[in-house]
Ligand binder design. Structure first.
Ligand SMILES: Cc1ncc(COP(=O)(O)O)c(C=O)c1O
Length: 374
């Protein structure tokens, strides 16, 4: 079965992890810092705060912004649920903006139409690895004096007008789940240029306690103070050794993803009615996913099923968040809120995309898709 996404782990990665297992620090140790430095450099930011997963990264961001009860946070309807959930964790109301039909990234006009006096922040998601229209979003955010946040969980290695994704918003979240560009098993990070926000993020990651165990040990002190309320969102040294080793391969893997995308783009037009998402000229897509739209009138579920029979595990990213039972029940959302997202999601299918795919795999996916669509 060719999966829709898969990690690549080599012997260097294995060695890096084993070395940590033989050493003194399993939880926060030198590899956490090493990994943070490489993520910050790749993302174009001064600080990276590594955490236990991308969801925790988004939660840290909401907390650092001071999002709370009575606030509204605007994000796209098409994303993983965690983008919206992070605002809910802090007692705020997520507001769903519609998406652009060609890229499925948040539509800045829809964002502006949803701004109220309660709006606290705008969150753009670089869906599938394609940067949002950040210039237009920044214009809306500046006009209304709102912070701009990026959920870059799909987009490590992507850039917009030459700026890496982590260098655009006030804070950017990344995920290191195995299907992402690099993996730590589970893991995430927030990047920012802002020293004060970085400090808040570090505190929230570790119980609101200012010094970690290792720092105290190195300084020979047992004293610590809790200066705010925080979670245990730490990532461990074992994971970060894997992450730091994986980061060395990021650039090559993103290039391979782009080559796979180019092959899809040159061969998929042979399937009548099938559409691919558009890449804007000013952006460099990191291709976490490769999303196609099945021809209008074709049953997507049947295509998905036939692909499985042919050995291709496609997937769907995502059902609009406002259509999930939790959001309908808690926030009264439902059909009609984001018409473009609701229309387009019925047609989308994520076909295999990961660096270890061979050109032969890509051609096999295209052939299977042709058969499945019929
Ligand atoms: C857009 C988006 N945001 C947030 C997350 C959450 O990341 P994690 O699974 O690491 O918690 C994901 C994960 O798939 C995602 O795709």
């Amino acid at each position: 079965m060719i999966p829709y996404g898969r990690q690549s782990v080599d012997e260097d990665d294995v060695r890096a992890v084993v070395e940590v297992l033989r050493g003194a620090w399993l939880t926060t140790g030198p590899n956490v810092e090493l990994f943070e430095r490489s993520v910050a450099a790749a993302a174009g930011a001064r600080h990276a705060i590594a955490v236990s997963n991308g969801t925790a990264a988004l939660h840290c961001i909401m907390h650092a912004l001071g999002v709370g009860s009575g606030d509204e946070v605007i994000g796209p309807a098409i994303t993983f649920v965690a983008t919206a959930n992070a605002a809910v964790f802090e007692g705020a109301t997520p507001i769903f903006a519609d998406v652009d039909a060609d890229t499925l990234t948040i539509d800045p006009r829809s964002v502006e139409a949803r701004i109220t006096p309660r709006t606290k922040a705008i969150v753009g998601v670089d869906y599938a690895g394609h940067p949002c229209d950040w210039d237009a979003l920044r214009a809306v955010a500046s006009k209304h004096g709102l912070p701009l946040i990026a959920d870059g969980c799909h987009a490590l290695g992507a850039s917009s007008k030459g700026a890496p994704v982590g260098a655009i918003a006030a804070m950017t979240a990344f995920s290191f789940h195995p299907v992402k560009h690099v993996t730590t098993g589970e893991g995430g990070a927030v990047v920012t240029d802002d020293d004060a926000l970085a400090q808040k993020l570090r505190l929230f990651r570790a119980h609101g306690i200012a010094t970690d165990h290792r720092t105290r040990e190195l300084k020979g002190t047992f004293l610590y103070e809790m200066i705010g309320l925080g979670y245990n969102y730490r990532i461990c040294d074992i994971q970060c050794a894997l992450g730091a080793s994986q980061m060395k391969k990021l650039e090559g893997w993103v290039e391979r993803r782009r080559a796979i995308a180019a092959r899809y783009r040159s061969t998929l037009p042979a399937i009548a009615g099938l559409e691919v998402l558009r890449d804007r000229d000013d952006s460099k897509n990191a291709y976490h996913l490769f999303v196609v739209k099945v021809p209008a009138g074709i049953d997507r579920a049947a295509v998905h099923r036939r692909l499985r029979e042919l050995g291709i595990a496609a997937n769907v990213h995502y059902m609009p968040v406002h259509l999930h039972p939790f959001y309908r029940e808690r926030f009264g959302t439902g059909e009609g809120l984001c018409p473009t997202a609701e229309r387009e999601w019925e047609r989308i299918l994520s076909i295999p995309m990961y660096p270890a795919m061979t050109d032969g795999d890509v051609d096999a996916v295209v052939a299977a898709l042709k058969t499945a669509i019929g």
